[in-house]
Design a protein around this ligand. Structure first.
Ligand code: CUO
Length: 686
């Protein structure tokens, strides 16, 4: 299925390459002149392809065109690494276009898309080019396949002009008899899965070009971003009367209670994604087709060695020496070691625990390939968050990181205080009233056209339902009695007050459920300061338009500096999921704010032209992580004995307030500005 050669376009909706005869696969060669003229008739612009000496593509071409591709599969990883290197190594964009033209009909489309995306993100001469969002190129990874049949109907009936959106069901993977289904709106949210896919695109764990992997504090960010996902998911569970996630991993051979039936079809593989039945267990893998042969016992060995390293605060290096897991760098090293990325200090000894956890669980249904099945959703960063088991696996991974954090001393006043600065209050103002957050359902519209290969082509819109909140402001009163202007870092978090049984949390438990809502630097003049911060400016989230649209749909010249930063900026927690769902009666939470001393924790760096509006979970492209403190500060470490409640923890530069998240079970249809035509339709329908 030829995907559109859309990567190289500059602002045009369609571009077709003028492919030299020898770039056509053997079976199409005879038809090459017909094909060229057929495509040529539709094209608005032809891009000539150079006659280049083709690099050796034998390795990436070993993966069948219609197979699934997963970065977690070591063999696929090697193939992708090779292809990325080829794309990165092309002398200029023209040569890159030429090799892509050759690859497009020969290389597995998922792998091609991934490798080209990584290359475009990292080549200095392509940073401004367009990467269509993956929901457009591969919508089959994100939604019920029934939508594609309906889209085909719509496009056949309405051959030109505006088409009504196809409505996606909100709840389709299980019935109410399955308690885990209460969380489907979170696990199967398109924005959340896009964020996760994008995060792993920005932070690949393998490449021959080490600099692509060795981004500032990437191991620590792996820990923190996933820790926050688990904290958010646990709160979401409380809101739905479900207990916290039970980690999967203390006994790797345990039967997995949670089933998952994804109801996704792979359009490339023309197969349904396999399910996992209740009571499955991971088993030794022997799949020659994927060149995977590994026993569960190997995972157990890696796990034991990692736990031993944490226990002894040091890692064994290949040369027999020890590397300390210290206060400053320990968590970053451990992140690389656990994942494992190529930055792992000793991959031979400590293995590939986290990645192989995804692999073992994704093959639980067919460990020896006897049923010719491919991996389940756990095996792909674009789909793994759909599965309840993802949260159990990452809860275990997080628990291992926590073992290391528990060995660190509690933060003292020297780290927590900001002398001269007092936060006298924090509150929330918005439509729902003081200190009340309001949530409900919302329907939004998404463009699928590029990923659908039937004719007549054109825009195909899908309407889907997701959680949304009313926007609000934080109001923070700060007194600066230092007698001079100061600069603070404002850190805003939120956590539940009671556990699943209704008992009040001890602070040491509550802190683990603190979810970051925002972080920003703030000038403080002497005397009283009132800070009003809008929820839409959160450092955690990116707006709807960024989550779902490619840059063709946003203002600005695609070649501009603004657009150049766009692709990295596709990473960010979706803004519509900033807050947990809450409950009808108002789910009680505590909102926490701390103003720390920017002179001690800020990073002085030039951010002009960089995308930094979702830096908390995604970092900043080509820059340092913009906060010197440990990620999750001040909640990433255990507290001193005697600190029982959040009030015991508070310093003058911190404040806390009780608040509620009130959910209304109603659906709002949003009027969107994707294309002028879409706006019109939304108005007509509402
Ligand atoms: Cu993101 Cu396991 O690292 O899914």
């Amino acid at each position: 299925r030829p995907t559109e050669p859309c990567f190289m376009q500059k602002g045009e909706e369609k571009a077709v390459f003028d492919i030299p005869d020898h770039f056509y696969p053997e079976k199409y060669k005879e038809l090459s002149s017909t094909l060229s003229s057929r495509f040529g008739n539709d094209a608005r612009r032809n891009i000539p392809v150079r006659n280049i000496a083709l690099p050796n593509l034998d390795l990436p071409m070993q993966l069948g065109y219609d197979e699934q591709f997963s970065l977690f599969v070591p063999k696929h990883r090697q193939m992708a690494g090779k292809l990325i290197d080829i794309f990165l190594g092309m002398r200029n964009v023209d040569d890159l276009i030429s090799v892509c033209t050759f690859c497009q009909l020969r290389i597995n489309p998922y792998m091609f898309n991934y490798c080209l995306s990584v290359a475009l993100l990292h080549r200095p001469d392509t940073k401004g080019l367009n990467i269509p969002t993956i929901t457009e190129t591969f919508p089959d990874k994100f939604m019920d396949p029934k939508v594609f049949r309906r889209a085909r109907e719509v496009s056949t009936v309405v051959t030109s002009g505006p088409r009504l959106p196809v409505v996606l069901p909100q709840n389709y993977t299980a019935s109410d008899a399955e308690p885990e289904q209460r969380l489907a709106y979170f696990r199967e949210d398109i924005g959340i899965n896009l964020h996760h896919w994008h995060w792993h695109l920005v932070y690949p764990f393998e490449s021959a070009d080490r600099a692509i992997v060795a981004k500032d504090r990437r191991g620590e960010l792996l820990y923190y971003m996933h820790q926050q996902i688990i904290a958010r998911y646990n709160i979401e569970r409380f809101c739905n009367k479900l207990p916290r996630v039970v980690p999967f991993g203390s006994d790797l051979r345990e039967r997995i209670a949670e089933a998952y039936f994804p109801k996704l079809d792979s359009q490339v593989a023309s197969r349904a994604w396999p399910p996992r039945f209740e009571g499955s267990a991971i088993q030794d893998l022997d799949r020659p087709v994927d060149q995977i042969k590994i026993d569960v016992s190997e995972m157990e060995t890696w796990k034991a060695r990692i736990l031993e390293a944490i226990e002894s605060n040091s890692i064994l290096l290949p040369n027999g020496r020890q590397m300390p897991l210290d206060e400053e760098k320990g968590i970053d090293i451990l992140g690389d070691l656990m994942e494992a990325s190529i930055l792992s200090p000793n991959r031979n000894y400590y293995g590939d625990l986290h990645n192989m956890g995804h692999i073992f669980t994704s093959y639980a249904h067919d460990p020896d390939h006897r049923n010719l099945e491919q991996f389940g959703v756990m095996g792909d960063p674009a789909t793994t968050m759909r599965d309840p088991l993802f949260y159990r696996w990452h809860c275990f991974v997080d628990d291992v990181f926590v073992l290391h954090k528990n060995k660190l001393p509690p933060y003292g006043n020297d780290k927590l205080d900001f002398p001269g600065i007092r936060v006298s209050s924090v509150s929330v103002e918005g439509k729902a009233g003081r200190n009340t957050f309001a949530t409900q359902w919302e329907q939004s519209t998404l463009e699928l056209g590029r990923g659908l290969d039937f004719t007549p082509r054109g825009s195909v819109l899908a309407r889907f339902t997701h959680l949304q909140h009313e926007e609000f402001n934080y109001v923070i009163e700060v007194d600066n009695s230092s007698g001079q202007a100061a600069m603070g870092t404002v850190r805003i978090f939120m956590a539940p007050i009671t556990d699943e049984a209704g008992n009040r949390f001890s602070f040491n438990e509550q802190r683990k459920l603190m979810i970051e809502l925002d972080k920003f630097s703030q000038g403080l003049r002497p005397g009283k300061n009132t800070i009003r911060r809008r929820s839409v400016d959160s450092s955690v989230t990116i707006p709807y338009e960024r989550t779902f649209m490619n840059q063709n749909n946003r203002p600005g010249d695609p070649g501009s500096a603004e657009a150049a930063e766009f692709d990295f900026c596709g990473c960010g927690w979706p803004h519509h999921m900033l807050l947990p769902k809450g409950t009808n009666n108002g789910y009680p939470m505590q909102l926490f704010v701390m103003v720390s001393n920017w002179a001690e924790d800020g990073i002085k760096q030039d951010l002009v032209g960089s995308c930094n509006d979702a830096a908390s979970y995604c970092g900043i492209r080509d820059r340092k992580y913009p906060d010197k403190r440990a990620m999750g500060f001040p909640f990433d470490r255990p507290v001193a004995a005697g600190v029982q409640t959040v009030n015991d923890f508070l310093r003058p530069n911190m404040a806390v307030t009780d608040c509620k998240i009130r959910f209304t079970d109603a659906v709002r249809i949003v009027v969107l500005c994707i294309f002028a035509v879409c706006v019109g339709m939304a108005i007509a329908q509402s």
